[in-house]
Design a protein around this ligand. Structure first.
Ligand code: ADP
Ligand code: MG
Length: 243
């Protein structure tokens, strides 16, 4: 009997409205992202892409419907358990990277392990240590070893972005979500970064949900989703005013 992995993400009957808003921001009947699948989510500014990622990360909870990540219904967890689940199973790469500027690049990467017993356990099970794994990922992402000791604030935008990717990937979360992580880069560097991110997600067995409004990047992915096409609240969401 074969074991079928739970989807990395499953949304069903999802509705989300921001507090104080007059209309729903998201109304999505169904979305499955398979384990290991690489999905490009496209949509104009203000269409709800970042809101969707916050729901997938369990940072906010929907008013109706469910969000499952690797088979776990997020609303079934307490707020603290949801934070721990996110730390263990979801790697985030944000638009502005959200590195702690005073910490070294290495310590920024290690932070993901510090908050996650499961990431530490997965690193140990692979016969490595967090520091060695951080160095390996940094090398794979073309970050010079000499940069790892520097405060994140002293790195270029492209270097900070690769530190953020290493932080998301360390300890092999089942899902990596990236929110317009290439918007600050020129076209050549965007393509190179996406290639590296895809390679490392494949090596880690992680599904990737990559959000961008830039259609040119879509060719790298298994599937392209247009948020406006699957969001029955798209007109109302846009009318609330873009973010
Ligand atoms: N923290 C928030 N509080 C209230 N409304 C928000 C918040 N974040 C986003 N919104 C609203 O939700 C809609 C979608 O925003 P967002 O998800 O950031 O879009 P995108 O990432 O596609 O640009 C916008 O109308 C925006 O104003
Ligand atoms: Mg956004």
């Amino acid at each position: 009997m074969s074991v079928i992995a739970a989807p990395a993400v499953r949304l069903a009957g999802l509705r989300y409205r921001w507090p104080g808003a007059q209309a729903d921001c998201l109304d999505i009947e169904r979305l499955d992202i398979a384990s290991g699948e690489r999905v490009f989510l496209r949509g104009p500014s203000g269409s709800g892409k970042t809101t969707l990622l916050s729901l997938v990360g369990g940072v906010i909870l929907p008013q109706a419907g469910s969000v499952e990540v690797s088979g776990q219904v997020l609303a079934a967890l307490s707020s603290g358990a949801r934070d721990r689940f996110r730390a263990d199973h979801v790697g985030f790469v944000f638009q502005l990277f959200n590195l702690l500027p005073w910490l070294s690049a290495l310590d920024n990467i290690l932070l993901a392990c510090r908050f996650s017993p499961q990431r530490r356990a997965r690193v140990a099970a692979a016969g490595s240590t967090p520091a060695a794994e951080a160095a390996r990922l940094a090398a794979r992402l073309d970050l010079d070893p000499g940069l790892l000791a520097r405060p994140a604030a002293q790195l270029s935008v492209g270097q900070q972005q690769r530190v953020a990717a290493a932080r998301a990937l360390i300890g092999r979360p089942g899902l990596v979500v990236a929110d317009e992580p290439t918007s600050a880069l020129d076209a050549d560097r965007q393509q190179a970064f996406i290639a590296l991110l895809l390679e490392e997600c494949a090596a880690a067995g992680a599904a990737l949900l990559f959000v961008s409004h830039d259609q040119r990047l879509a060719a790298h992915f298994d599937r392209v989703l247009e948020l406006d096409h699957m969001n029955r609240a798209s007109a109302a969401c846009a009318a609330e005013g873009g973010a």
